[in-house]
Design a binder for this molecule. Sequence first.
Ligand code: FAD
Ligand code: MLT
Ligand code: ZN
Length: 508
Amino acid sequence: MLSRQLARRVVLRVPRRWSHSPAGLTGLNSVTEEDLAHFAKILPSSSILSTLSPSATPSSELEPFNNDWMDKYHGKSTTVLKPRTTQEVSEIVRWCNQRKIGIVPQGGNTGLVGGGVPIQDELILSLANMAKVRSFDDVSGILVADAGCILQSLTDYLAPHHHIVPLDLGAKGSCQIGGNVSTNAGGLRLLRYGSLHGSVLGLEVVLPDGTVLDQLTSLRKDNTGYDLKQLFIGAEGTLGIVTGVSILAAPAPQASNNVMLALPKFENVQPLYKEVKRQLSEVLSAFEFIDRTVYDLAVKHGQGRALNPQDIEGAECFVLVETSGGNREHDEQKLNSLLESLMLAEEPLINTGVLASSPAQFSALWAIREGLTEAVSKEGKAYKYDISVPLNKFQEVVDKTREHLRSKDLLHENAVKYVVGYGHVGDGNLHLNVVAAAYTPEIEAALEPFVYELVASYRGSISAEHGIGVMKTHALQYSKSPTSIEWMKKIKALFDPNGIMNPGKVLP
Ligand code: FAD
Ligand code: MLT
Ligand code: ZN
């Protein structure tokens, strides 16, 4: 059986250069020594990190919690709490609600929109100590786990039971299932397994007043009125703290294979996708787009194994296709005849295709795709826009953004070095990345609202998967109507009248 064997990724942190200037948080209080004394009644001292006396943890120990993965957003929290049980979370939240202390729920802190770090000195509630699998039923495939379980560890847990988590992403070695649910993470398997709105069966959530909402059902079907759990999927911690997740694991495929296709021009991506879907049908499990510039960055920064340079001469972009099915011979036959028909076509859509012939090659091809985020962050500071636009506009968005930056005289080594695109074709999700030498207000002003207006002109979404966080609160109206925003605000006020839960995130 082939399985994806990617090593855990080490989360990189690079020195701070530019601080995001946040909106103020009105009406909330800072954590005091009296609060710490109360938390010490709930938690052991090992679960409390605080720069306030009497604990006086060195502030360097709080840095990984206060700074995000991209080193773009920086908080000033004095206190991180790491509860071990839902009961402890509930008691902390109840206290913070009474005292009007803002709370930032934090998972693996791999989010890309600044949602998981404080804006000012909110308390950070880390789920890292809640990392147990609660149950797994290998008949129904239902997995119930603490929210702090790392995605890769759940994959490892399920492997001997011949199941997989229906979600996969490059941050799997650090991100947590609670963070995945809270961002409604998409990733590399969405094409096959759909979104978490479908595969999450139930949640346990600590509400902003400390009440535990136990909806941790392990039923496939439950039509008893409003489906409250859906509100917390993608809420980015603004409505409550997810402490437990019930999710439908998928049977592990008996065989997986992949092929990297090099295309002479972007215009071929759409007809290629149609043809690949037609020929591979039920075994197609991923179809990922990589433009030439970002492929070259991945190679430069050692992500995966580079393809033979002669084979990919003149290629304008690449597509990584994966199959997962129940019969190796049958799947390989389908993939081989697809390749043959593509190569022998009168007007071939591809220049060449590299088919993985071993588990190591399979992983190496995936490592190129999964390493793009890291490659980009090694090259510079990335402005990341994860947008939904029609597939035939992917390249146009990248090109128009590059030209816009050029017209502002910002396209050079000391400002914007590269404008690149990659993404999940099957989901209509383009990752537009503007790789700069540094985060600067000048580049940001050139990009926003330009990018959001461009997206709106295609009736797209300003966030296909990473969420709103603190990055896009001001831009929500490009993708949500005033009525939708109004009702989102009413829902927020209903759950969290004191506004303590991840303040300043998602809503303008
Ligand atoms: P965090 O970053 O800690 O938090 C994210 C948000 O969720 C914050 O608003 C936080 O407050 C909230 N939150 C976290 N835990 C909880 C909880 N238990 N209860 C309530 N709120 C909570 N995303 C994709 O969708 N697809 C991808 O393919 C993808 N690839 C990535 C690759 C890399 C290399 C990196 C660095 C990121 C990638 N992401 C991707 C971003 C993605 O959103 C996160 O990786 C992941 O879903 C966040 O999980 P986390 O545990 O790190 O959450
Ligand atoms: C991806 O698809 O690789 C992720 O969403 C992360 C990113 O956008 O870089
Ligand atoms: Zn993505």
